[in-house]
Ligand binder design. Structure first.
Ligand code: FRU
Length: 491
């Protein structure tokens, strides 16, 4: 155990000779590694951090533990892109070497100030008696992409009165010449909350108070908070822990909601109109958004869950980030659309059209599990219909539209490689049958992102098909339905 503790809190600077190369070699052998999603070369990634477009370039950082598929000493890894499609790996941005971050450089966001990036993160500190504290820290991101810690770190030492050591994940924005830092927190009575610091220069901060919401007792901790304006509303996004499953909602170990309403930053009062889960899939957590230079509100999230083991762990790497999604509000719904730059990934289109009547049709049986599907079902006179992905003789990921139950289900029960089954093998969402439904699917080896009705319902999930199985795409119907599919391989 001692040895394990020692290695768990080792920074990358303490790697033994040949150790990182060996990790790289092991991970690269895994055919479950995605080809167009951001993922670690080796080791474990979790939350997206410090999202910013600076000088035309998109910077994405992420939580990273180098030495295998486990949560240990967290660094900030760094990739950048000019088009949100092709990513270049840069040197590790933050290595936790200081006393104020002794057990990891935890999550946070970024802003632009005076032409450079300011990165905010939590210095995680654990004590021998099992207790912990948190310091809020700053680093500078220069235009050439290098990152340097602020010399006066930590910017905020410790946590305010009334909260436990669980205070983290700073998200900063500027409004009316004042900078605000939003943090996820746990009250001393072990309920989750959001707290705010303020500053006139983004460097020196003072505690302002707690956000007053109509959710005073909603789980025991709120992680990775975000706040932004979208289409005339104020939106909070956060990842509450300790919410019980209910109907179609909250089936993962931890879940993510967006809450829409009106926020008064002076009094910190949030008049909430409604809240919902962002993503209905099995593997989605800790999203973060940012506004890019063209004014789009973009979201990345971690495709994974904390405290869950994955089938690929044996290869010493874990997890990926979602594709970038552009957000908007339509009526009372959040809409998530994969950014249009992603069309660049497409090879030649193949079209499939037909009418199904109580049958199942294989539309492609030789996918290499890297493709996009853009499809519509029309003239719906079927009780159930849908799509099967990763279909071999033994396994399939089934997306079922059920007109009787008025729901859409994603079912991964048939896979040989199972995990997190204690949280169920089916996810679902309310779906109202109409004459037409559109479905857009991105498959990337062991990742699937499914966008229904233009991104109003989204399922993000991992699946680990048998290594030797050939995977087909099928459509099926119980009753009659027309389908039109545009299929794009990706290389
Ligand atoms: C969410 C989270 C954050 C924390 C980070 C540590 O997944 O627990 O609250 O900053 O991960 O890696």
């Amino acid at each position: 155990i001692e040895e394990m503790a020692e290695s768990k809190y080792r920074t990358i600077l303490e790697a033994k000779s040949g150790e990182l190369e060996a990790l790289k070699d092991k991970a690269i052998k895994d055919s479950w590694q995605p080809i167009y999603h951001i993922h670690p070369q080796y080791g474990l990634m979790n939350d997206p951090n410090g999202l910013i477009q600076l000088n035309g370039e998109y910077h994405v950082f992420y939580q990273w533990y180098p030495y295998g598929a486990m949560h240990g000493m967290k660094h900030w890894a760094h990739v950048k892109s000019t088009d949100l499609v092709t990513w270049e790996r840069l040197p590790v941005a933050l290595t936790p070497t200081e006393e104020y971050e002794s057990h990891g450089a935890y999550s946070g966001g970024a802003i632009e100030k005076d032409g450079q990036g300011l990165l905010f993160y939590t210095g995680n500190v654990k004590y021998e008696d099992g207790s912990r504290s948190a310091n809020q820290c700053i680093a500078m991101l220069t235009r050439d992409g290098s990152v340097e810690k602020y010399t006066h770190n930590p910017a905020v030492r410790g946590v305010p009165d009334g909260y436990t050591g669980h205070v983290r994940d700073p998200k900063v924005w500027k409004e009316n010449d004042t900078y605000y830092m939003l943090l996820g927190a746990q009250r001393e009575n072990e309920t989750g909350a959001l707290i705010v610091y303020e500053s006139s220069d983004a460097l020196q901060w003072s505690f302002k108070g707690e956000v007053k919401t109509s959710l005073p007792d909603f789980g025991y901790m709120w992680e990775c908070p975000d706040y932004f304006k979208l289409d005339g509303k104020d939106v909070f996004v956060f990842s509450p822990q300790g919410i019980k499953a209910d109907g179609h909602d909250f089936h993962n170990i931890y879940n993510v909601i967006y809450a829409v309403g009106t926020f008064d930053v002076e009094s910190l009062t949030f008049e909430m109109e409604y809240y919902r889960e962002i993503d209905k899939g099995f593997d989605f957590y800790a999203p973060q958004t940012f506004q890019d230079e063209s004014g789009r509100r973009l979201l990345f999230a971690w495709i994974g869950n904390p405290d869950v083991d994955y089938p690929s762990d044996e290869y010493g790497w874990a997890h990926a980030l979602t594709l970038p999604r552009e957000l908007s509000l339509e009526g009372n719904e959040l809409v998530q659309k994969p950014v249009e730059e992603l069309n660049k990934l497409r090879d030649q289109a193949v079209h499939f059209r037909g009418t199904l009547k109580n049958e199942e049709v294989i539309i492609d049986e030789a996918t290499n599990n890297a493709y996009e599907i853009n499809m519509t079902f029309r003239e719906i006179a079927a009780k159930q219909f849908g799509l099967e992905l990763f279909n071999s003789k033994e396994e399939e990921l089934r997306l079922v539209f059920d007109t009787e139950k008025q729901e859409v289900r994603l079912d991964r029960s048939s896979f040989h490689h199972q995990y997190a089954t204690e949280y169920g093998v089916v996810r679902s969402e309310k779906w109202t049958a109409s004459n037409e439904v559109d479905v857009r699917v991105f498959v990337d080896k062991s990742i699937v992102e499914i966008y229904i009705n233009g991104g109003k319902i989204v399922f993000t999930s991992r699946v680990f098909p048998k290594k030797d199985s050939k995977s087909a795409v099928n459509v099926f119907a119980e009753g009659a339905v027309d389908y039109r599919i545009d299929y794009y391989g990706m290389s």
